[in-house]
Write a protein that binds this ligand. Structure first.
Ligand code: Z5A
Length: 210
């Protein structure tokens, strides 16, 4: 049995990941492909607990390295107990965020060394990376405006504008260093336009899988 494909979706705050993941799921499943939809941080009971720790607003400031290690602890559990077994069983995996988010948020946002992140990536992933990553890109202010419609902001969502500018720039640097790996979509378009763009951009990848 051939291994399944691993697709990730990334972007800054309010970019429309959740909305468009549901659309991508339909695009994949209508081809008769068995799909696991999951997210990071999270995707297993333990990793979801770590997610809660990460997102919770608290009175003490959170050390950036502690945050980084929690992200990778959640990822190790998720990868080894959910993602890799699904791929080995021939299923596809569609994941809301993965390690590009760590480069963007902990690297770009928090200013941690990219080399340190890479060392943890090697330790945890042992060379396994997404087959393709969809980056939804939007100017930070529009994204924050869209996200602000939500009830309560979590610890990340409460960050300032400059933090999200750094995150967005770090995503752009990821694309520049590996353009073959990314599909970049202008998420400032209307939802209909965004989804048409995603459909057209994903088609060659999906067609190649037969
Ligand atoms: N994090 C990290 O630091 N390091 C890591 O390695 C990882 C994560 C993996 C939780 O992630 C936090 O974890 C994240 C970074 C950190 N924090 N932040 N920020 P998350 O992905 O769960 O959190 P999120 O970014 O808040 O994602 P979300 O809740 O899925 O929101 P979204 O991507 O913006 O999606 P949305 O809910 O679909 O869209 C937002 C609103 O815009 C909604 O009302 C839509 O109806 C609307 N929308 C969507 N598209 C459009 C268009 N085209 N036009 C108009 N309105 C639209």
């Amino acid at each position: 049995m051939s291994e399944g494909k691993f697709i990730t979706v990334e972007g800054t705050e309010g970019v429309g990941k959740s909305t468009n993941i549901a659309f991508i799921q339909k695009e994949i499943e209508k081809r008769g492909i068995e799909l696991v939809v999951t997210r990071e941080p999270g995707g297993t009971p333990l990793s979801e607990e770590i997610r809660e720790i990460l997102l919770q607003k608290r009175n003490e400031s959170v050390d950036a390295t502690a945050e980084l290690l929690l992200v990778f602890a959640a990822r190790a559990q998720h990868l080894n107990t959910v993602i890799l077994p699904a791929l080995a069983a021939g299923k596809w995996v569609l994941c809301d965020r993965f390690t590009d988010a760590t480069y963007a948020y902990q690297g770009g946002g928090r200013g941690l060394s990219l080399e340190t992140i890479e060392q943890l990536e090697i330790l945890v992933q042992k060379g396994r990376h997404p087959d393709i990553t969809l980056l939804l890109d939007i100017d930070v202010e529009t994204g924050l405006r869209r996200a602000s419609a939500r009830a309560e902001l979590d610890r990340f969502e409460s960050e300032h504008l400059e933090f999200f500018e750094r995150v967005r720039n770090a995503y752009k640097q990821r694309v520049a260093s590996r353009p073959d790996k990314f599909i970049v979509v202008d998420a400032a378009q209307t939802l209909v336009e965004v989804q048409k763009t995603i459909e057209n951009a994903l088609k060659p990848f999906l067609d190649r899988q037969g």
